[in-house]
Ligand binder design. Structure first.
Ligand SMILES: Nc1ncnc2c1ncn2[C@@H]1O[C@H](COP(=O)(O)OP(=O)(O)OP(=O)(O)O)[C@@H](O)[C@H]1O
Length: 231
């Protein structure tokens, strides 16, 4: 398997406070990696550094491609849809950023696959939260990225909405896309992740498949493991 990202000893300080502390992160082609940790653990800061949105203070990040910003799909905690524009027009505008022209068929196919065809003409900002999250994943995958990074993609969703996001993440993997996502939902992580990274006070304190880590630490489930390691 090809390595897409390899971050080595990545560190970020805010004033005198170290919020990401010499972490190593690697993501392989086609795998689903969950980044979990309590509020303030450093997940979003880590994601922002991997995306080149904020610079690290020390450490290195290697990417599989020199043009990684164009080849990674991103959904941060909220996606700024264009106000007053329909779902369809938002898709066209986001596609234009990537230099892609969408055919009507491609738009309809994408929307149908994400159960959004019936809201094609609705202003994007009027969609329900679950619909907006699905649309956000559509717009971030229009350019067929090899890696998608999602910051808490199911936050605030009801159980059905959460299931839909899990299903979408699995579908991305089936189509060969690697996914790095952050989450607070252990069931969701258990359902979809091949590997988890547990962050605590800026450090990665566990890295492995959920089943292997549960066996290694002899806990009942992922939630118990998380509480055990982050107490
Ligand atoms: N721009 C900033 N200036 C100062 N401190 C910051 C800044 N951004 C983040 N922090 C601090 O860095 C720490 C890590 O924040 P981060 O958002 O990465 O955590 P997180 O794990 O994503 O949390 P959550 O689960 O709540 O989203 C927090 O203590 C936060 O207050």
């Amino acid at each position: 398997m090809k390595r897409l990202i390899s971050a080595n000893q990545l560190t970020k300080n805010y004033k005198a406070r170290c919020v990401v502390d010499h972490i190593n992160v690697d993501i392989q082609e086609g795998e689903i990696v969950a980044l979990i940790g309590s509020n303030g653990a450093g997940k979003t800061t880590t994601i922002s550094m991997l995306l080149g949105i904020i610079p690290q203070d020390s450490g290195t990040i290697e990417y599989w491609t020199s043009d990684y910003k164009k080849e990674i799909g991103t959904q941060l905690q909220s996606t700024p849809f264009f106000e007053g524009y329909s779902v369809e027009d938002n898709m066209k505008l986001f596609a234009a950023f990537y230099g892609i022209t969408l055919t009507n068929k491609k738009i309809d196919d994408k929307l149908a696959a994400f159960d959004l065809l019936h809201v094609k003409k609705t202003p994007a900002i009027k969609l329900s939260l679950g619909q907006q999250k699905r649309l956000a994943i559509i717009v971030t995958t229009l350019h067929n990225p090899k890696l998608v990074i999602l910051d808490e993609p199911s936050a605030g969703l009801d159980p059905r909405g959460q299931k839909e996001i899990q299903h979408i993440i699995k579908r991305l993997k089936e189509s060969g896309v690697a996914v790095l996502f952050s989450s607070h939902d252990m069931l969701e992580v258990m359902n979809v992740a091949d590997r988890i990274l547990i962050m605590h006070h800026g450090k990665i304190i566990a890295n492995g498949s959920p089943d292997d880590l549960i066996a290694q630490y002899q806990t009942q489930n992922l939630e118990d493991l998380f509480f055990e390691l982050t107490k």
